[in-house]
Write a protein that binds this ligand. Structure first.
Ligand code: UD1
Length: 381
């Protein structure tokens, strides 16, 4: 029997974390031939994830440039991927989320009339410029995709509102929860020597990440000032900020926080260190989407350093709060959690609105069904 050739395509750190369990699941099925293609929109940060999950890409487009523009990422991906698709002729490509890799890979597949499966489909803020350019990346990918793997029922509802055929939407949970099942351990020893060198005993740790394009400049400065205010106010708090490799992020973070002894500015962590650091943290402050999904599963309160979120489920469940990007507001919300145990306990409840660890299984099941290789549809998350 001819094998079904499925090509997952990804290129940045978060996409890789969330596609890794799906690659593993594809490999488990003898009737499928997975061909893994990375754009390497990120180089070092992607390679870290590939190492941890022991994934060897079949194709590496190696597109990253220092200080790359959106246009360069788009043009280089489209150009290089088109040749690969022409040669490989996969039965379906799988793209993830809302990065430029996701949208442009979908466009390249569309030009070759290759079916597209969109993993993590249907997240929306309804603000074209925030997150920028991710909101339009995911919307445009949705317009091109043939199968939509929506993590939650509210993501599914967003797609239905855009006129997507209900039969082509599968509610699967988010694959990030699948990934977490293998990474978090009680006796875990950090692989980062920077992290191992930070004395954590007796400290309440606030883990920070902030790097979004729309937060660069003034908003990121406000976030850094808030971090200084918080460590000035609390002797028992230490902040660990894993700083993205984007030079624009690093300049601001090191300029404003570099001389604060209670703030540890460390390099981006590999995914296993990050998940285990979150598990040992008191609070998470972040503008990342993935952390908003992961921390609630660990019962950690999250302050989101943005004006809106496309992930309302954990806000509704009470473990995530929108802190915005104003210094005073961020400081006030963090102080409330640090001062008031009852408030803290209300937020620090483990909830799993994003998945049950079986998203990859449902996605592969749905693909087999769509290609007539299974008779039944997967049960919804
Ligand atoms: C991208 C995604 C964003 C995702 C984020 C996760 C788009 C438009 N944005 O944003 O959705 O949340 O990745 O990190 O696709 N760099 C390195 N080495 C690396 C990684 C990045 O040097 O391993 C530097 C490069 O100089 C690059 C810059 O970081 O120019 C920015 O990377 P880029 O992929 O353009 O955008 P992100 O802000 O990372």
């Amino acid at each position: 029997m001819k094998k079904l050739k499925i090509m997952p395509i990804f290129g940045t750190r978060p996409d890789a974390v969330k596609m890794a369990p799906l690659v593993r699941e594809l490999e488990r099925h003898p009737e499928i031939k997975p061909v893994v293609c990375v754009t390497a929109q990120h180089r070092q940060m992607l390679d870290q994830v590939l190492d941890i999950f022991r994934i060897k890409p079949d194709i590496d487009l190696d597109i990253m440039l220092q200080k790359q523009t959106l246009e360069q990422v788009a043009a280089r991906t489209l150009d290089r991927l088109s040749d690969v698709l022409e040669k490989e002729k996969p039965d379906m490509v799988l793209v993830h989320g809302d990065t430029s890799t996701c949208f442009i890979s979908s466009l390249a597949a569309f030009y070759k009339k290759i079916p597209i499966g969109h993993v993590e489909a249907g997240l929306r803020t309804f603000d074209k410029y925030s997150p920028f350019p991710e909101e339009m990346n995911r919307k445009l990918t949705g317009a091109l995709a043939d199968l939509h793997f929506a993590p939650t029922s509210s993501n599914r509802a967003n797609l239905l509102n855009e006129g997507i055929c209900p039969d082509k939407i599968y509610t699967t949970g988010n694959t990030v929860i699948d990934a977490m099942q293998t990474t978090v351990m009680d006796d875990y020893v950090f692989s980062s020597s920077e992290l191992r060198g930070i004395p954590l005993e007796g400290k309440r740790v606030i883990t920070v990440t902030a790097h979004r394009r729309e937060n660069l400049g003034h908003p990121l400065e406000q976030i850094c000032h808030a971090i200084n205010d918080i460590t000035d106010r609390y002797d028992d708090v230490c902040v660990i900020y894993a700083v993205h490799l984007n030079p624009a992020v690093r300049e601001t973070a090191f300029r404003l926080l570099g001389s604060n002894p209670e703030v540890h500015l460390i390099d981006p962590l590999d995914v296993q260190d990050m998940h285990n650091l979150m598990a040992r943290s008191y609070i998470i402050m972040t503008d990342s989407g993935g952390l908003q999904e992961e921390a609630p599963a660990l019962g950690k309160p999250v302050l989101v350093l943005r004006k809106e979120t496309e992930r309302p489920e954990a806000v509704e469940a009470g473990t995530v709060r929108l802190a915005g990007i104003e210094r005073e507001n961020i400081t006030a919300l963090a102080s409330q959690l640090l001062d008031d145990q009852t408030e803290y306990d209300k937020m620090a409840r483990a909830v799993n609105p994003y998945g049950d660890g079986r998203a990859s299984e449902r996605i592969v099941h749905a693909i087999l069904y769509e290609f007539g290789m299974r008779n039944d549809k997967p049960a919804e998350f």
